[in-house]
Design a protein around this ligand. Structure first.
Ligand code: FE2
Length: 386
């Protein structure tokens, strides 16, 4: 506990210094991503998949055995990343409707705050629709306060205040001990989470993040940046004040064939979280381990590596090793990044993961968009949705 408190103090200190330097008061200080909750059809089996294939560790559980009658949740952890997988145990409730409409997908992007009541007040007074009024939850290990607001589609942000909680995850959960503990694959933290929204809605949601949550736009790509011969999309990246939370927002753009964002919207039945980008310090090891455990990644042609040197210059890694693992590389003014995208991890062509290793670069791999989208088009072609 002491380490966590020290870390928090350090982060708060850094944050207050930055704010002092900037001379502006952030009305919604965010300490990081607290957890990501997916509503899924079968949490027990999803948990097994994320442990086996992604190297997550068993962390916490709630369900019938802990007195919860209508749903079950498994909490998985890898370094700073917490995934919560929730399945209903009864018919006809909002979780069932969510799964029926969207398939398995992200319901909650939870944000760690010092004061969940203030976070809710500041955002709702700026126009956010409330999902959950500030609620104190407690057990013998202390208390938390949570509150929540809606964002795009039926996705929500829950603000979690946990300064006085010393138990496992949240009140009501018990520690989940398992005999099956596959090794982590080196995933460290959530780098960014991307939202797909409908035609003409990108600016609505970037304005939402600016006005309601105090975020700033850090990057913008139009359909000329992100297009191939056939398909296109537009994107803007929103970031909070300390840069720990980054939400790119995509919308489809007109092309000769169907945009991958439109395909997502069709199958998800509306706006939702498209991908979770998770950071690693050793992408070759991480991607190699994930492939060995059955994760499927997007195809990258060998020709992608032909002009790599001219495009990104000198890099630390052996190009042959990157080529073997089909890892993409891009450079910006501050350094370079390595990245790779999984195929959708659910049955509908909706949610996927990005594995990213940053070596100075703060951007999102613009130089890879063309190769990446051509690869996605191959998949769309196979699905008959191009
Ligand atoms: Fe990404």
């Amino acid at each position: 506990m002491a380490d966590i408190k020290n870390l928090k103090n350090l982060q708060n200190y850094e944050y207050s210094l930055k704010k002092e330097f900037e001379g502006a008061e952030d009305f919604l200080p965010l300490l990081g991503t607290d957890y990501v909750e997916l509503y899924v059809g079968n949490a027990k089996q999803s948990a097994h998949f994320y442990k086996t294939a992604f190297g997550f560790q068993s962390e916490a559980y709630c369900g019938l055995e802990t007195g919860v009658k209508d749903r079950v949740s498994y909490v998985l952890k890898q370094d700073k990343i917490r995934l919560v997988l929730t399945t209903p145990l009864v018919e006809g409730g909002p979780i069932n409707e969510h799964i029926n409409k969207h398939g398995d997908g992200v319901k909650v992007i939870a944000l760690w705050v010092e004061n969940a009541t203030k976070a809710w007040e500041e955002t709702t007074k700026r126009g956010a629709k409330s999902f959950m009024e500030p609620t104190r939850e407690e057990d013998e290990n202390g208390h938390v306060v949570r509150s929540g607001i809606y964002t795009y589609g039926e996705t929500v942000h829950i603000f979690v205040e946990r300064n006085f909680y010393y138990g496992t995850f949240l009140p009501g959960y018990r520690k989940w001990e398992s005999h099956y503990n596959p090794e982590p694959v080196g995933l460290k933290y959530i780098d960014h989470m991307v939202g797909n929204v409908g035609w003409g809605e990108m600016n609505t949601w970037t304005e939402f993040y600016a006005k309601v949550m105090g975020f700033a736009q850090i990057v913008s790509f139009d359909d000329k940046d992100i297009s191939t011969e056939f398909t296109a999309l537009m994107s803007k990246v929103m970031s909070n004040g300390n840069g720990r939370i980054k939400f790119p927002i995509n919308e489809p753009a007109k092309g000769k064939k169907k945009s991958q964002i439109e395909e997502y919207i069709d199958f998800y039945n509306g706006a939702g979280c498209q991908h979770i980008a998770v950071a690693t310090n050793d992408i070759v090891a991480t991607v190699g381990a994930m492939r060995d455990r059955g994760v499927e990644f997007l195809y990258v042609p060998d020709s992608y590596y032909d002009d790599l040197f001219e495009r990104v210059g000198k890099i630390d890694e052996d190009v042959e090793v990157l080529k073997k693992h089909k890892i993409l590389i891009d450079r910006d003014d501050e350094g370079y990044l390595l990245q790779l995208f999984t195929k959708p991890v659910v049955d509908r062509p909706t949610m996927f993961f990005e594995i990213i290793q940053r070596k100075g670069a703060k951007s999102f791999g613009k130089g890879n968009f063309k190769a990446l989208f051509e690869s996605i088009e191959r998949e769309q072609e196979n699905r008959g949705t191009l």
